[in-house]
Design a protein around this ligand. Structure first.
Ligand code: PBG
Length: 324
């Protein structure tokens, strides 16, 4: 036997020398929830270790994330009251826009501040857009609201806006509105490829969503990769600065195909259900949480995600710093 594959696996140093991808803390983005009207952070049952933040605790959490070395934060607002058109997302004093201002005041340009640009957290019916009288989501009317939300978020100082509602033309529309109103510097992290996934379950608890029905008329069918590539190409042509694939682990093939297709940075979102599954199994002692956490992040990176949104961003960044 002249070839022995095990030679390069013999010591940790050899394995490290030949490793092909590494996750660094700055690749990780921490999603954060800010809930209007809270004095203290509130636990989210299906996301152990993740909370709905108060104004104060949000600022502290962002400082902690920056100190851990993460690359950025993605902010989601949870309003106290909702209406049919999601006005809370447009109001400069609304929970999310105020949170962006708070965070920028606290950490400035020392991290990347991103904001979710979508209506589902702000609408009483829980859909990502405004509804027609027959209950279907009105694409083009929704774009107008996204445009106004984008202006409010850019004015509040967000570095990157994350349109996640899967309306057709949302990237081109929002880009144009931003440019026309003096916000040419605000970047767009396009949720270009977002599947209609059951893995978003715990997120719905986190944002107290009261969705009736499902999102299959605007989010993608899990069976299709050609459509995902087309969405990614379209978003890049409409001006996306980065594109994201979501969820992460069940869609590694899609991440890999998208990364080969486009020439902008590719992000993956390790969503709430992916996190919850591992946390639940680890709590029962069935798997090693830290090992699984690092393995999943490495796999997402290997598939082609340069950036990973993960609820583990802070503990993962700390572990990565200790180990390497
Ligand atoms: C939409 C949005 C969702 C998630 C991120 N942005 C919910 C949805 O599309 O139903 C889910 C993220 C997660 O599950 O962690 N604003």
């Amino acid at each position: 036997m002249q070839i022995r594959m095990r030679r390069l696996r013999r010591t940790a140093a050899l394995r490290r020398l030949v490793s092909e991808v590494a996750v660094s803390p700055s690749d990780l983005v921490l999603p954060l929830f800010i809930r209007e009207g809270l004095d203290e952070p509130r636990a989210i049952g299906s996301l152990p270790g993740v909370v709905q933040h108060s104004r104060d605790s949000l600022r502290k959490a962002v400082v902690e994330a920056v100190q851990a070395g993460v690359g950025g934060v993605m902010l989601f607002g949870v309003p106290e009251t909702r209406d049919a058109v999601g006005s809370g997302g447009i109001d400069p004093g609304g929970v999310l826009n105020r949170a962006i201002r708070d965070v920028i005041a606290e950490v400035g340009d020392s991290t990347v501040v991103m904001s979710d640009l979508c209506l589902d957290e702000f609408t009483s019916h829980g859909h990502c857009g405004v509804l027609r009288s027959d209950g279907t989501v009105d694409n083009d009317e929704t774009l107008k609201v996204y445009g106004e939300m984008a202006l409010a978020q850019a004015a509040a100082g967000a570095h990157l806006l994350g349109p996640s509602g899967m309306m057709d033309g949302q990237i081109g529309y929002v880009r144009e509105v931003l440019d026309q109103h003096g916000h040419a510097d605000a970047g767009l992290l396009a949720y270009a490829v977002k599947f209609a996934s059951a893995f978003y379950g715990p997120f719905r608890e986190a944002v107290e969503s009261q969705l009736d029905g499902d999102r299959r008329s605007y989010q993608q069918d899990p069976s299709r990769v050609s459509e995902a590539l087309r969405e990614a190409r379209l978003d890049v042509s409409e001006g996306a600065d980065l594109v994201m694939v979501k969820p992460g682990l069940p869609y590694l093939d899609v991440i890999s195909a998208v990364a080969a297709e486009v020439d902008v940075p590719v992000a993956a979102y390790q969503v709430s259900g992916e996190y919850a599954m591992v946390e639940a199994a680890a709590e029962r002692g069935w798997i090693d949480r830290d090992a699984v956490m690092l393995e999943t992040l490495t796999s997402l990176r290997r598939a082609g995600a340069q950036i990973i949104l993960s609820y583990w961003a802070v503990p993962a960044a700390r572990l990565l710093r200790e180990r390497y």
